[in-house]
Design a protein around this ligand. Sequence first.
Ligand code: SF4
Length: 275
Amino acid sequence: MKIKLAKSYGFCFGVKRAIKIAEQTRNSNTLGPLIHNKKEIERLKEEFNVGLVEDIDEIKSGQTVVIRTHGIPKEKLRKLQENKNRIIDATCPFVTKPQQIVEEMSKEGYSIVIFGDINHPEIKGVMSYAKDPVVVLSIEELEKVTLKDRVATVAQTTRKFEEYQKIVNYLMQRCKEVRVFNTICNATFENQDAARELSKEADIMVVIGGKNSSNTKQLYNICKENCSESYLIEDENEIKREWFLGKKLCGITAGASTPDWIIERVIAKIREIKV
Ligand code: SF4
């Protein structure tokens, strides 16, 4: 069986940057997971003493805090400042951008429509910069809300472009003025396009990444559309020998928060399997 890696996979610019910042900072804590990958978070703890704190009240005054790639809500940032914490901002610049846009557009009096998942940390952060934002995942939800005639819209960085377009089309029909900001991240597209291409020729696809990572789940869904035998795993321990029986080409891709060392271990384990 041949093993082929997607042309683009794994860590994106924002995640590489955040990890580098955390490694250089050392002896600190992140508020919420730095990236959506448990194994990498464990490695940062072991090698650089970068811990994970989920509750802001557990952070002691004066401690160093690294802000995660997805960013944090404005109120939490203020609380850290008041608590005299040393704040190291590892928020991805592509996430900081929609935060700045919604803040500015709110000040200018626009209704803010955020296309994204209200429970996702990135969206919780972006929302906090807007005045009374509307957060939706579908037109049906949007139909139920009151909007001004002037609307500004941004999207969660990992959303599908075509779905955002539908939201934008709806807004254009409903409101007099619509300011559209394309805040979807290219890194996600690149990994998705490469996964789509490879999953068309592979007879098994292995998608590596955190099961709570939104972009990894999207990669998995894309692969599944073209290759019914697609599997989402967090590491090599989840691999099952029977998946590979009779297969000729195994495609591999990985989410934007999957480190190379995990991908290498998965490939090594698949190579060990005698199909
Ligand atoms: S996927 Fe894009 S927005 Fe998200 S961390 Fe990576 S570079 Fe930043």
